[in-house]
Design a protein around this ligand. Structure first.
Ligand SMILES: Cc1cc2nc3c(=O)[nH]c(=O)nc-3n(C[C@H](O)[C@H](O)[C@H](O)COP(=O)(O)OP(=O)(O)OC[C@H]3O[C@@H](n4cnc5c(N)ncnc54)[C@H](O)[C@@H]3O)c2cc1C
Length: 393
């Protein structure tokens, strides 16, 4: 096979890039290790920043998101049994949309197949070759047959456990792991609050979120080495009731659990996102703590930059945008990494913290709840800082 851009991975990053390139008349081939059903069912992120929403609309995949997504103008911080609303719209003029990542992936796959774009599922043994030449190549196995795709550029959008990052020789990585994890559930129950609730309780953090008017998504802070078998449904509900309680009589609606799992808490940044004709994007290059809801949004931001840089290359033979990709992308990545770390530190109970540390977290929460300047800082980071000039594709 021969194409202009070879993309490894059909997550939000790889699929969106293929779509944005298609709109600019640039051909691509997308190679995905899993089957279509699996990637369309993978329950992950759900909070779309203002800029992510705009990007999906511009990419022509916003119709279902606009019809079914839940627009939120604010969020609730809950601590000491009290609720404090952060009004995104009033503070920043921006808002977020709650729309599940699996729905985004479904929309992007449908758009890709609609235009007859190449998208191969269940590929295996992906290896990259000749990345420092003008004719890089991806080798892989599909339906038992060894195949190759020759291209001008290779994009590694294959997530944290993908192979692409390994081809960046000598890249420095920054990493931090945390002494707790998130136990996430998806429940067949109408949300108990119109907006997300970020709660800090002495037992630990809890998040009340949603995916639709009938599906609730919730998380509990648990030990880093926690085994899911120690959390039968009754225990999960009891702990959610305890941690989400307030003094205004908040009631949590229960329902059948559709999914539950434990996600480790990790921050990871690779300081180089390109080498020769290889560029990496999204989780392949960075992982952020989920507390700031930035993972998928950063993947979208990387891809906006890359699609513009590749578009500039094909339209005007420009290479400056490609050369500057890592530097521009990493500025936003580190901002999001800091914001996610800050939200996490403020809202979680660290087993390493003493009573002094607890008081510091509560003082920080109180400051955010009572200071317009701090609330605005949270709101502008949460809804997503505007893309700097020149990020449009
Ligand atoms: C359990 C979990 C929960 C999360 N919850 C949230 C959340 O609540 N909020 C939030 O903002 N973010 C969350 N995230 C993060 C968010 O989902 C990611 O940031 C987002 O998926 C990044 O998109 P991506 O396309 O870069 O990578 P991915 O979505 O990981 O996609 C990479 C794709 O590459 C494929 N692939 C991997 N290796 C190969 C290979 N060798 N060959 C071909 N294909 C390959 C994978 O199968 C996958 O489809 C969560 C992540 C996880 C794991």
């Amino acid at each position: 096979m021969r194409t202009q851009v070879g993309i490894v991975g059909a997550g939000p990053a790889g699929l969106l890039l293929a779509q944005l390139l298609q709109l600019q008349g640039v051909q691509s081939v997308v190679l995905e290790a899993r089957d279509r059903d699996y990637v369309q069912r993978r329950v992950r992120a759900g909070v779309l920043e203002h800029g992510t929403v705009e990007t999906f609309r511009e990419a022509g995949v916003g119709v279902r998101m606009d019809a079914e997504g839940l627009a939120h103008d604010g969020t609730i911080l809950r601590f000491g049994l009290q609720s404090h609303r952060i009004d995104f719209r009033e503070l920043t003029g921006r808002s977020i949309v709650v729309y599940g990542q699996q729905e985004v992936v479904k929309d992007l796959i449908a758009a890709r197949l609609d235009v007859g774009g190449e998208l191969l599922f269940e590929v295996a043994d992906v290896t990259l070759h000749d990345l420092d030449t003008a004719r890089p190549r991806i080798d892989f196995v599909h339906e038992g047959v060894a195949r190759s795709v020759e291209c001008d550029f290779v994009i590694g959008a294959d997530g944290f456990h993908g192979v692409s990052r390994g081809y960046l020789a000598g890249a420095r990585t920054y990493e931090r792991s945390y002494p707790f994890a998130w136990l996430g559930i998806l429940a067949e129950a109408p949300p108990s609050s119109h907006e997300l609730i970020y709660a800090r309780h002495r037992n630990g953090f809890a998040l009340h979120s949603m995916r639709s008017p009938t599906i609730t998504r919730m998380y509990l802070q648990v030990r880093a080495d926690e085994d899911i078998s120690g959390w039968p449904d009754d225990r999960i509900w009891a702990e959610l009731h305890t941690r989400l309680a307030d003094d205004a009589g908040f009631t949590l609606t229960e329902g059948t659990l559709l999914d539950k799992g434990i996600t480790p808490m990790r921050s990871f940044v690779c300081d180089r996102m390109q080498q020769g004709r290889l560029f990496i994007a999204g989780d392949a290059a960075h992982i952020v703590l989920p507390t700031g809801a930035k993972g998928m949004n950063l993947a979208v931001a990387d891809v906006r930059l890359l699609s513009r840089a590749l578009g500039g290359y094909y339209a005007d033979h420009r290479t400056d945008l490609l050369d500057g990709y890592t530097e521009l992308a990493l500025r936003r990545v580190w901002r999001a990494t800091h914001f996610s770390w800050w939200m996490t530190a403020m809202l979680h109970v660290s087993p390493h913290d003493d009573a002094f540390g607890d008081q510091l977290s509560l003082a920080q929460l109180d400051y955010v709840a009572s200071s317009r300047a701090m609330a605005t800082s949270l709101a502008e980071n949460y809804t997503g800082l505007p893309y700097p000039k020149g990020w449009s594709y």
